[in-house]
Design a binder for this molecule. Sequence first.
Ligand SMILES: [Fe+2]
Ligand SMILES: [Fe+2]
Length: 478
Amino acid sequence: MQNKLSFYILTDTHYLSEAMWEEGESINNREKGDQIAIKCTPYVLRSFLNKIIQDKETPYVIITGDLINNGDRQSHEDFKKELKLLTDAGKTVFVTCATHDYAGLGDDENIFHPVYYKKDGCIPAERVYKTELPSLYYDFGHKYADSIDEESGSYSVSFPGGFRLIAIYDNGNGRSHCGLFDNGFAWLENELKKANENSETVFLAVHHPVIPPWQVYCDVAEFEMFGGYKRLREIMCEYGVRVIFTGHTHVHGIKEYKNGNGRSFYDITTSALPAAKGRMRKVVFDKTEGSCTVESISIDRIDGYDTGGLSAEEYIYRLNFGGLIENSLPLAKTDYEAFIENISHVFNPSVLKKHPFAAKRLISVFNRLRMSTVAAFAGKYADITKGDKLRLKNVYVKTVACCVLAHVFSGDAPYYPDTAEYKVISGAINKAVRLAKRFGYDIDALVPGSRTALETANDFLYNTRTGNDSYIKFFLED
Ligand SMILES: [Fe+2]
Ligand SMILES: [Fe+2]
């Protein structure tokens, strides 16, 4: 066992203490259309922790930030009680914190402000500030560290068998820079140098991504990346660090980075725990085999929470923005007011309110549109089999669109280039680009970054990462 290290990795638990809300409009509106199901976060967390506690073979747990949702003290205190269940069961827990874990100071860019959700509105709650976090979580981090970067709170821990975790606290202003500054990078490089001299196998854990789940994420919102991600990539390659575990994007994904010298590493990002397909990962490093294996583990039920008989995934999906849109589309015909109300939790419905007749007609057409019609527009009928032609007559475009939407965060979207759906969608995109050009519009140029509309769409239609977002086994030597 000395040659092995195994641990669970969780992220973006977004815990909200039950003591922080009362049943009513304000909490329910907060929950609708988000990426997570905020009210049941304590129960989702407990359900996963129960699984971890049952596994007597795995001694460590790592959680990479956005531990709680809104920077309030009560949620941190209750969250720590949950972590104590793990330590009482003999596990050692390591956390890092992120922007949801502390309140903005007013002079930084952190937008999170702790509130108590009363029936009909919110009132301010006691704040936790960024500088407090490392000591607040001393028992779940610094207590075990043999080196700490005082500026950021990042820390380094060694494990029996020659393994080392470097847990990075994102420093910065809470929005446009969440990463390390020069001193932090110097500390990190020094830790990596020492680890290499001692032949340790090093892995990193941090909240913000070092490789984006899709290129457009980086092109549209580079500030959501780890501050200094390009520098960190090269440092990882230089020192032979093969893996970094991240969160923040709420995407379940595994992506590889290769630098110009052929050195590479993986950014393994894990979905938010209280998302519809929320999962944790179990990681096993094996020095004898020279490998690292990462698998994903979900829960079927939310222990102790009334979901009306639904599975965890079914219950949360109805609240998440994808499920809210999918379930609201039929309402556009039968109850337009309710449709607008639901949609308003996802985006601004002012256009839909201003032009109700046109909007209803358009949504009605969209609700009835089938993939065979899109295939006819794309001129793709010749490329697909007879069986698929028949099948697509019964496949609604909205079903395909909602499927793509549902996989944005859960990963492993199903429409690979050999599927009829992909041929139809890609054909339609290419035709739309060609048609727009005739009218003087360059759709490809409007897409952020340097990639075409189709290249950007591909990232959402199928797995353009490593091909499997749930599982990987890779070698520790590059
Ligand atoms: Fe998050
Ligand atoms: Fe985050």
